[in-house]
Ligand binder design. Sequence first.
Ligand code: OXD
Ligand code: MN
Length: 631
Amino acid sequence: MADSKPLDRIKSRLSPEAYQRLAAIQNPELHAFVAKYVEICNPARIFVCTDSEEDKAFIREEAIRSGEERPLKMPGHTLHYEHYDDQGRDKEHTKFLLPPGVDLGPDIGAMDKEEGLAEIHGILKDIMKDHTMYILFFTLGPTNSEFSIPAVQITDSPYVAHSEHLLYRSGYEDWRRLGEKARFFRFVHSEGELDERKNSKNLHLRRMYIDNENSTVYSTNTQYGGNTIGLKKLAMRLAIFRAEKEGWLTEHMLLMGVHGPAGRVTYFTGAFPSMCGKTSTAMIPGETILGDDIAYLFKKNGRVRAVNVEKGMFGIIEGINSVDDVIVWKALHSPGEIIFSNVLLCEDGTVYWNGKDGPVPERGYNHSGEWWKGKKDAKGKEIPPSHKNARFTLDLSLLENVSPRLHDPEGVEPAGFIYGGRDSDTWMPVRQAFDWDHGIITMGAFLESETTAATLGKEGVREFNPMSNLDFLSVPIGRYVGMNLDFGKGLTHPPAIFGVNYFLRDLETGKWLNDKTDKAIWLKWMELRAHGDVGAIQTPVGYIPKYEDLRRLFKEVHGKEYTKEDYVKQFSLRVPQFLAKTRRVMEIYRTTVANTPPVLFQVAEAEIARLEKARAEHGDIIPPDKFPVVA
Ligand code: OXD
Ligand code: MN
């Protein structure tokens, strides 16, 4: 920017306090950015937020005063709605703005940068003329940590600002400390014009445009968190881009402590596509949570360090009940700051969501307006009480299983990485890779999952989703797989890699083969394996548990009898399915992915050869006892 004093350009629009707050951060690039978007968006008022409780309270009050949230009976609880057609991530209109000559491949939405910038700046012009602009400062990752990234969010939605206070660490003081050194991410969001229900109404102008080179993301005419909360899925794309340049990883991963024998706590990360068990795994009773969505992974002195980018949870509420989700259930029924979105408001002032304990109410109010049992939408489809992608937003400190290491600036060292998708017919419930490359390739890079309501579009379609991260990739897939493979090099203590599947069905009856709570057992087994405390069975696709170890764990953890019959059904190797999957995904890498590391094909071919050999010896479906036990 030619102007050396950008703050002075907008001084007349700022209160003395707001001016002072911006000036106290000595970062000319920040000042130029803020001035530019004040001039373009032309807000009616500007609020610059610090880390103080008073400022956070102001944002909360604004959310209610504006009508974007309404208070519920329980102290601290509020309710928010989005437009009926604005209930998930809009993949179609989420695009990278690419300079000429840059290509991210056919799976990643992109457009010409100049064209995209012109379009988005046109949309942003005067968009805040009736709104307050909130300017917020955060750190992605713990404050005062070498692993964290500073971020600034401009938004005119107090709901978005409020959500970010629950989900991210306030970073105004960190920004002041860093001054010019802050290599920051920046986000500009406007919900645009609102209808009488305070919902974005110009959905035809819903856009999420990502400019990697300038670490900037624009989001317009939408309110759904996955499209608007800049620090969540939008920042993730910027972080992947930066991570590639610097040799670290940004992953769609939970982070948790699994409690082993004699008080041992072992840390795990876990990558699952949206709505495939990531949050419920991180919330398993008896274990501790550090995060349920996004982790940064670094190498330091030959070891992996992991931090949760967030400090809160934007969780899916559907199906949460008092039996399966004891800890969240308790938090959702206690006073504390929680935003519920797109659930049913009942006549008695409480909320109801699909799958909650108790009878379905006869009527109420939800994302479709007045609601009654049997109500249909414009397409004739019955509207459930709450949206399938309805959410709750809270600070992890409201959960009794929060880890004391959550804010550790050094992060934690994971002993295992877990990859899992929604797979009805192939993967067994849990298995361990032979080594780093085998795990990254056959469990991470070959992950497929059936689509869910977290994104707009058809559900239940099997999709290729490497590391559960496809929706957020900002570098071409082949290079991203390469980053993951390279990350393992030079590690003195590489994490063990596991693949899990909570969604396996019986081949004949189509029935689920596992209970929701079985995942607690797989975690305990992985914890023991990460320390070499139990042996395993070596199959062509990795190590699987021995029956007696699982039987003991089921008994100890759930007091449950685990039968050999169940074990054999769950852990038999389904050779035709594994072969088909391996070939299907190899074909994708061969035909649509540029620069796939050659080792991917070698490892997959070797797996195919092992599968073919096993089939020749034992047939299509091979029970575990046909394979050798190893230490
Ligand atoms: C999320 C998602 O909200 O992945 O975490 O959609
Ligand atoms: Mn997610």
